[in-house]
Structure formats: structure tokens, C-alpha cells
Design a protein around this ligand. Sequence first.
Ligand SMILES: [Zn+2]
Length: 114
Amino acid sequence: MAEREVRLPGCAACGKVRFPPLDSCPYCGQPGGEEKVLSGVGTVYSFIVLHRTFHPAFEADLPFAIAVVDLEDGPRIAARIEGPPEAVSIGMRVAATYFDRESWTELRFTAHDN
Ligand SMILES: [Zn+2]
């Protein structure tokens, strides 16, 4: 069952959260660490608008935006922004939202007021 949380490994030595989830910290080299639950709130660093896809399953969704998001309490990650792509802008505040698919849950972002 999807838990609808943004979780990433955090470093026990320097406290930084990493993505992708590596076995050791890329900032200080400390192995291991514990998963942290993040707020899922962030800011759009950059984005693109897709007008064609490489898989027919996504054709009905076109066009849509994929953004690189700076999480306020974590690293930069990429995901789809829900809503019309013309509403997406660099610096826009976004929050995590979750889209259930048949066997997995997709992390997406949606506009966030604060
Ligand atoms: Zn570290």
C-alpha cells in the first residue's frame, strides 16, 4: 500500500538528505543513515513541457510539465507538475501529491500557496 510520503536517506554524520538514494553520503562519505520523511514542499528550479511521449500510456495526458524541484528540506528531484503547463514557472512553490497507478504510486507536484 502506498504510504504517500516523500522519503529519502539522510546522513547520520552531516544531516544532509541524498537523492538518488546511495549507500553512503556523497557529501561526507559516511555509510548508511536513516530514511527521513520530508515535507514534500519545494520550488521549481527548471521545467520542460512535453508535447509527445515515448510511451502510448501517457499520450492522453499531453501536454504536461516535468520539473526539477528544489525540496525545502532535501535535494533536487524531478517529477510531473499537475495542471496546465502554462501555469508552471521557475520559482513557483509546489507541494507533493500522489497519483495512483495500477501497481505503483507516482510522485507529482502541484501548486502550493506558501
Ligand atoms: Zn554526510
